[in-house]
Write a protein that binds this ligand. Structure first.
Ligand code: HEC
Length: 202
């Protein structure tokens, strides 16, 4: 009986140390971090696009966390400075991702600001990058023989639209592209803000 009490006490001690280290201390560290001034809250279209990003599994191949120079050559890859905790102030849940089958998208809005490129690339990635292994998302588009009012046509490279048909973006595709274009964290951050965050990014 005596040793069972010790076992229980030991277990509880370990559990409280682990909870403090993994839950309480990280929470206290980031809870007061404010969004940088240059970071705008998402618009409702961007938020709907974010839901599309989640629903279509983009996170399974794309990260949103450029890392510090000491950790990975992400800056040389053109993915931007290492992200800091404040960059994610409006992200709930965050979409950091763990896989990089495709490039990091944290600054895709700055790198690729063209709506038409994004729409066409979602319709058929191989129309733009011949060896791309990214899936196509044709269900985010409609095809029709002629445009109706309000339609946004996707101007694909020759040969990629079904013969005699025009490709028109559905609202889901437009929202998703609005979200991708909002992914622009190229504003400068203070070194003091960067220090703890590059630790978090690791
Ligand atoms: C199976 C893995 C996979 C999935 C899932 C995936 N992608 Fe990709 N993505 C890639 C690869 C590989 C590339 C690089 C080749 C290319 O540009 O097509 C890429 C490239 C991109 C690019 C261009 C990046 C750049 O730096 O030029 C964007 C934007 C993009 N993906 C968005 C998305 C979105 C949005 C979704 C979800 C609807 C998605 N991807 C789902 C693999 C994936």
């Amino acid at each position: 009986m005596h040793s069972e009490t010790k076992l229980l006490a030991g277990g509880m001690t370990m559990l409280s140390i682990a909870t403090s280290a993994l839950v309480v201390i990280p929470y206290i560290t980031v809870r007061d971090i404010k969004a940088p001034e240059s970071l705008k809250p998402y618009t409702s279209a961007e938020l709907r696009g974010r839901q599309q990003y989640i629903a279509n599994g983009c996170i399974y191949c794309h990260s949103q966390q450029p890392r510090a120079k000491s950790f990975a050559p992400d800056t040389q890859r053109g993915w931007g400075r290492a992200s800091v905790a404040a960059d994610y102030a409006y992200d709930s849940p965050h979409l950091l991702g763990t896989m990089r089958t495709g490039p990091d998208l944290f600054n895709i809005g700055a790198r690729q600001p063209s709506d038409q490129w994004h729409l066409g690339h979602l319709y058929q990635p191989r129309a733009y990058v011949s060896a791309s292994i990214m899936p196509s998302y044709p269900f985010l588009f409609e095809t029709k023989p002629q445009l109706e009012s309000g339609d946004i046509e996707v101007k694909l490279p020759p040969g990629y639209a079904p013969p005699g048909q025009l490709v028109v973006a559905k609202q889901e595709a437009l929202d998703l592209v609005a979200y991708l274009k909002a992914l622009n964290h190229t504003y400068p951050i203070l070194e003091s803000a960067a220090a703890p965050a590059s630790a978090v990014a690791r």
